[in-house]
Design a protein around this ligand. Sequence first.
Ligand code: NCD
Length: 399
Amino acid sequence: MEFYHYQPLLDRPVRQKLADLQRNERLKHVIFAQQFSRQRLKHLGEIADMIRGLSRTEEGGIFLSQLLRHKRAMLYFTQASTRTFLSFQAACQILGMQCAEIRDPSLSSEFKGEQPLDSMRMFSSYFDIIFMRSKEPSFAECSAYLMNDLDRNQQRSVPIVNGGSGADEHPTQALLDIYTIQRSFSFSSPRDSKSSNRFDDLRRSYPSLTKGLDNKTYCFCGDIGRGRTVRSVAQLLSLFSNVKMIFVAPRHPKFALQRELRDVLLAAGVIVEEASSLRDVANQVDLVYMTRIQHEHNTPDDAKFFADLDDSLFTLNSGTMRALREYAAILHPFPRNTEIPFEIDSDHRATYFRQARNGMWSRAALTAYLFDIDTTIASHYREVFSTFHDYNQGVLGIT
Ligand code: NCD
């Protein structure tokens, strides 16, 4: 079976595909960021918080590690990855699930000419879920359709989770980004500030500030045109109300905001602006989402364009940091190049390492949800765990 078999399904607009990726009211496969509604994001954020809380104690960690002991995961990552791969692996470990991996296709039967979808069917024979990353944009989606066909024929079928497909989509990165933003804009983490009344203090300087993701200005900076992370997270942020987005990117048809994404955001009611320097907009934004220039995709002409470009326009520096609001979180999906200098890492607004760790909690929450054990976690947390541990959390200020 080859990808073109699914061409008519691939050619549909995303909204028409969503029903194929669900089972009843729940998600079956995770392929597009658009599969996450506000309600689902809230639920997954709560489950991630509970997994995080449970993992703090031996008893909670042991409870979690029993939940998926009888399941096995395949991590099929044939495109470069560090954080996504490792955080999925760590997420499986938290839930007690064993995993196997293929990272180098030259060591698997693809090298002998095996059809990629045959490989997927083989993985589904041995494993209970497949997490995958591929440079081929529609591979994860086609794999989900293959699993649906198998399901219809009452053959073995497993969930497919897209860990980054081509230049297209990165739904689980968007999930962890939203989780990180939810936490940042709850203004409750003592790590973000020494003050225990942080929100009230901030309101004195910023009277219109609200908690949550509504009423915010989000800035995206860097290689906007080629970045799948921005494409995915911007679509999820458009679910919130009174949102403005400022895209700071090189003025170039390939690297600036693409019309397709702009139209989707405008249709969702977002105010969209473009700027050519981060410094110019720094004082107006609630959050900065930095990205690197993806030089590995450059043509010789692109490389020449970047060689002549003043990249300080897309770089954080001490001037930009001074202009940024006191609470403005700085996110980055990583890896970084020079757009965030190391000196900034110790600033309380530098959220990117916490964001990467949040990837592990969010992916554990998503995995738990896909195996229908999210409610088991929630009841254990509410009925057994929080009664004993909330007191200590409050006293120790652990987050
Ligand atoms: C990104 C990716 O691969 O899309 N990284 C990630 O998953 N955390 C961004 C990038 O490579 O620049």
